[in-house]
Design a protein around this ligand. Structure first.
Ligand code: HEM
Length: 406
């Protein structure tokens, strides 16, 4: 029996999907919960938009994370795709164990004073201006500083140029630029890894040093896996949390009543379960920094909503849509910083659940109350529909968030 025809989304919703994907997501959930994107010469990509489906498929063994199953498909920079996001067990389990130790919540919690210190110093500079781009002045340097500290990236490489090199590898750009940015990226990794190898007994005290040791001493990791993992962590360790701060602050600026609930005396990460804890969860749900889950493909045919997902088809699990699903969240389009329960999927679910979740939550819990307090009364310096969103594949984040004092 042939599958029922799937309707195509209205062009006006597609036209604004980078700026505002939520009307498109609502349409998909209602009219085409398993929607195939078929383009000549490219693998079919199925978009899965309902909460229950996304959550079930995040743990479904019929889906694989190995891009090698999709002929001709290269998901990222050449030579840098052997990391845990693109691995199934047993490789995934081995790689995850090597990285996990650096991110256990107890170790991350110790970073709180450091995060607050860096955040305050950045805000000291911001306070001197009336016009500020919160992404460039705060969200990008804060989040990059944290992942650099965990990995052990030397201070001289913790800068905007390094960030640009990383971000260029995920920006949709002409092939010639892509080749150059990949070259820059490999050169950066050469320097970083050679630095750890030259560091002798200092290696091993930070995550990158420990990974280099795992590669050199016990062979627990190949050189390609080492380089790929370093690249993955540098990129996702900051792009994601930068988007949380940007998307989250935007949501708070657009909902001043909710922002006011965060600046009361009870807020602050040290005061246990408090509005800031639930607020960070709600901001993660409301405008999810990782809009689509990472690469997955069907390792065997899957039937869903009358459609047949073929072996080797790519399956895109729309986390941003699942998190606005009315069947799961009451008033899903409303921001409510006190929302409980809030079982959003912003960090994924199951074996690939975000390794950096504790770090991201802590950075958010420190950043939002500080930002609101120290920026004081501010408003957007541009109309909302003119804000520049980065047209990234998986992420949802602003290129700039200009605000001005009122
Ligand atoms: C607000 C910030 C963040 C969000 C929303 C986020 C979201 C996610 C999501 C949705 C996944 C699962 C993807 C999937 O199953 O397809 C994931 C995985 C991952 N995240 Fe995060 N993340 C954030 C911050 C971080 C940070 C700070 C790090 C630190 C290095 C990090 C490292 C990772 C890694 C290594 C994985 C892969 C885990 C695996 O495949 O086993 N993330 N993240």
């Amino acid at each position: 029996m042939s599958a029922p025809a799937v309707p195509s989304p209205p062009p006006e919703l597609l036209a604004v999907r980078v700026q505002d994907p939520y009307p498109l997501f609502a349409w998909l959930r209602e009219h085409a919960p398993a929607h195939p994107d078929r383009r000549d010469g490219r693998p079919t990509v199925w978009q899965i938009s309902r909460y229950d489906d996304v959550r079930a498929l995040l743990t479904d063994g019929r889906l694989s994370k190995d891009p090698g199953r999709v002929p001709g498909y290269v998901p990222g920079p050449a030579g840098l795709n052997r990391h845990l996001v693109h691995a199934d067990p047993p490789d995934h389990t081995r790689l995850r164990t090597l990285v996990n130790a650096a991110f256990v919540p107890r170790r991350i919690a110790q970073l709180e004073p450091f995060i607050a210190d860096v955040a305050n110093r950045l805000l000291d500079r911001v306070e001197q201006h009336t016009h500020v781009d919160v992404i460039a002045a705060f969200a990008a340097p804060l989040t990059f500083r944290m992942i650099c500290a965990i990995l052990g990236v030397p201070r001289e490489l913790d800068n905007a140029a390094t960030r640009d090199t990383l971000m260029a590898t995920i920006a949709p750009a002409p092939a010639v630029d892509a080749a150059r940015s990949e070259g820059d990226l490999h050169a950066l990794l050469d320097v970083l890894i050679a630095g750890k190898r030259a560091g002798g007994e200092r290696s091993g005290v930070d995550l990158l040093g420990a990974l280099v040791q795992a590669s050199d001493d016990s062979g627990a990791m190949s050189e390609e896996e080492l380089r790929s993992t370093a690249y993955l962590l540098l990129l996702v360790g900051h792009d994601t949390t930068m988007n949380l701060i940007g998307n989250g602050l935007l949501a708070l600026l657009r909902n001043p009543g909710q922002a006011a609930r965060l600046t009361g005396p009870e807020s602050g990460p040290e005061s246990g379960p408090s509005p800031v804890g639930t607020a960070v969860e709600e901001l993660l749900r409301y405008d999810s920094p990782v809009r689509d889950a990472t690469f997955r493909c069907a390792a065997q045919p899957i039937r869903l909503h009358g459609q047949l997902i073929g072996e080797g088809d790519i399956v895109s699990l729309l986390i941003g849509s699942a998190n606005r699903d009315e069947t799961r969240f009451t008033d899903a389009d409303r921001l409510d910083v006190g929302r409980t329960p809030n079982d959003h999927l912003a960090f994924g679910y199951g074996p690939h659940f975000c390794i950096g979740a504790a770090l991201a939550r802590l950075e958010g819990a420190v950043a939002f109350p500080l930002l609101l307090r120290r920026l004081g009364p501010v408003h957007l310096a541009k109309p909302v529909d003119e804000l520049p969103w980065r047209p990234a594949r998986v992420m949802r984040g602003l290129a700039a968030l200009p605000v001005v004092g009122t």
